[in-house]
Design a binder for this molecule. Structure first.
Ligand code: AP5
Length: 226
């Protein structure tokens, strides 16, 4: 009997800055063996490495705007072609414009795939400023923390890798966070309707605790992957 070929899941996490996309994507990675692809992380790596894409993106990111579709798609296409994505991917922070959504649909169709689910993390704008302003990460492994909502079990030591160095993002201040929220509402929120029309939209109340949101997302992932 021939085996039925299953296509890797393609999950999109949609939501404004601070909604919990990165936090939840990492939890889904561990639970389901999916791979988190964060365009924000890829762009920050390009900035740190001083690549041409990074040099072009730096000022835009510092101002809280959106990097051009051309740069983002160039970086993502390369990563999507890597061979470690068999179980599927969680797209964190991509797509963010109509052009990126269209390019993704085309890219997947070319490989006989489609978006499995686009999950919109629904949150309150003002609370997002506090979430972003209190965020920090482990410098060694990237595990995310928050001054108020997610502290390491032992103060000053990363729960995941034992690292003792932490860092904060240059764009995590109230002023830039507001610019990022504006960019989200103007250019990314309209994608919610796009995925509604495609019949793959899911929504979740992301004002709940990190664990409660993770549990709800886990149920969605199990249902859409069945
Ligand atoms: P990116 O890195 O994608 O940032 P973002 O979308 O602004 O999202 P964040 O990383 O700020 O938030 P998150 O939703 O991941 O929240 P997190 O889980 O960390 O993009 C940065 C920049 O790169 C953009 O501004 C743009 O310039 C550029 N860029 C990236 N992708 C692009 C694209 N596709 N096109 C064009 N430009 C692009 O959580 C935040 C904090 O809250 C953490 O401390 C966490 O512990 C805490 N927290 C999480 N969930 C909860 C909860 N339920 N309750 C309480 N606290 C919580």
């Amino acid at each position: 009997m021939s085996e039925v070929e299953t296509k890797p899941a393609v999950l999109i996490l949609l939501g404004p800055p601070g909604a919990g996309k990165g936090t939840q994507a990492r939890m889904l990675e561990e639970r389901f063996g999916l791979v988190q692809l964060s365009t924000g992380d890829m762009l920050r790596a390009a900035v740190a490495a001083g690549t041409p894409a990074g040099l072009a993106a730096k000022a835009v990111m510092e101002a809280g705007g959106l990097v051009s579709d051309e740069i983002v798609l160039g970086i993502l296409r390369e990563r999507l072609a890597a061979p470690d994505l068999k179980a599927g991917v969680i797209l964190d922070g991509f797509p963010r414009t109509a052009g990126q959504a269209e390019a993704l649909d085309k890219l997947l169709a070319y490989n006989g795939q489609r978006v499995t689910a686009a999950i919109s993390l629904e949150v309150d704008d003002e609370a997002m400023i506090a979430r972003v302003a209190g965020r920090y990460t482990c410098a060694a492994c990237g595990e995310g923390y928050h001054d108020q909502f997610k502290l390491p079990a032992v103060a000053g030591t990363c729960d995941k890798c034992g690292g003792t160095e932490f860092k904060r993002r240059a764009d995590d201040n109230a002023e830039t966070a507001r610019a990022r929220l504006e960019a989200y509402h103007a250019q990314t929120a309209p994608l919610i309707a796009h995925y509604g029309r495609l019949g793959v939209l899911e929504t979740i109340d992301a004002m709940d605790s990190i664990d409660a949101v993770a549990s709800g997302l886990g149920s969605i992932v199990q249902r859409v992957s069945a």
